[in-house]
Write a protein that binds this ligand. Structure first.
Ligand code: FAD
Length: 287
């Protein structure tokens, strides 16, 4: 099934993200994570992709497991360090596996990376163009409520986002954020700019102190005072931090929905119990 169908008529959706293992010996345990997460009946499940493209086989295997578990898969695909030929072969593999949804991404720039030549894609919009020629896929893209770290300013960021959407994106999924106002303002700016596709809110339940630091560094997102206080008070105690992180994420989703946002994507960090607690906490709100 295509995600564009799932998102139709402004239905409430809660989807999950999983990441594939880096080694084959972890493939079965990751599949077990997928099966466990499927029990929470997410609207779809996305499978991340290593920036270098080396784990493409693992990602495909996990996407197949998502499908076999009765959940709609969304396969991420990055392009910066892969030749066009490699991209074509990965997309053809996904098609064979019955994957109908692709999140078209550029990938982060590795340190010291020099853009090689025309055999490569420089930006995600070029990947969107390419995927369009390779089959009838539903294609999503990434967006950044607090601006992509490489963008000069908000105007440039929105300009490039519009260009990417106009290449034929069906939806956008946002980078994580902890301050709902940032996301709500961003959605408004997108609508003013003429970006009309559904924008799915990316929610990261922070469940331990190490993850907090890394997530914030990577995403460039701001942290509200309320969340800082939670980290200061509970960051040293994993159990308390996990519980506080789940409750914070659940409250964030409730507030978003109260503000008319119906589509949320949970960065589960491969923790089925965390995903399940959030879904259970939302209860009839998402029925
Ligand atoms: P783009 O849309 O190409 O944008 C990248 C930068 O280039 C932006 O600053 C943009 O403003 C600028 N730009 C775009 N077009 C132009 C143009 N024509 N001229 C000049 N500048 C331009 N990474 C992974 O490795 N694997 C994953 O699975 C993965 N999943 C992700 C999922 C989500 C929801 C998000 C938000 C990010 C994910 N990432 C993933 C990270 C992502 O690859 C990085 O954030 C990357 O730096 C940008 O990717 P993009 O697709 O947004 O790039």
């Amino acid at each position: 099934m295509k995600i564009s169908e799932i998102l139709k008529n402004n239905r409430v959706t809660v989807s999950f993200e999983v990441f594939p293992p880096k080694q084959w010996d972890k493939i079965e345990s990751t599949k077990a994570v997928v099966r466990e997460m499927s029990k929470s009946t997410p609207s779809f499940m996305s499978v991340t992709y290593g920036a270098s493209g080396t784990g493409a086989g693992f990602a495909r295997e996990i996407a197949e497991e998502v499908k076999n578990s009765g959940t709609v898969p969304l396969s991420h695909l990055t392009c910066l360090t892969s030749t066009r030929e490699k991209i074509r072969s990965v997309v053809s593999g996904l098609k064979e596996s019955g994957v109908e949804n692709i999140l078209a991404l550029r990938g982060d720039i590795p340190e010291g990376f020099v853009f090689p030549d025309e055999q490569y894609f420089e930006y995600a919009y070029q990947l969107v163009d390419e995927i369009k020629t390779l089959g009838d896929f539903c294609i999503g893209g990434a967006c950044y409520p607090e601006i992509h770290p490489e963008s000069k300013n908000r105007v440039d960021d929105l300009e490039h986002l519009k260009q990417k959407v106009d290449c034929g994106l069906d939806f956008l999924t946002s980078q994580m954020f902890f301050d709902n106002e940032k996301f709500l303002n961003f959605v408004e700016m997108c609508r003013v700019k003429g970006i009309e596709v559904p924008i799915i809110a990316g929610i990261m339940p922070i469940t331990n102190a190490k993850q907090i630091k890394r997530s914030i560094e990577l995403s460039n997102c701001s942290v509200p005072k309320k969340f800082y206080r939670i980290m200061e008070r509970f960051g040293d105690d994993d159990k308390s931090m996990q519980q506080a992180g789940i409750i914070y994420a659940t409250e964030q989703i409730i507030d978003l929905m109260a503000n008319g946002i119906n589509n949320v994507h949970i960065y589960t960090m491969n923790k089925p119990a965390v995903a399940a607690q959030i879904v259970n906490g939302l209860g009839s709100i998402i029925d």
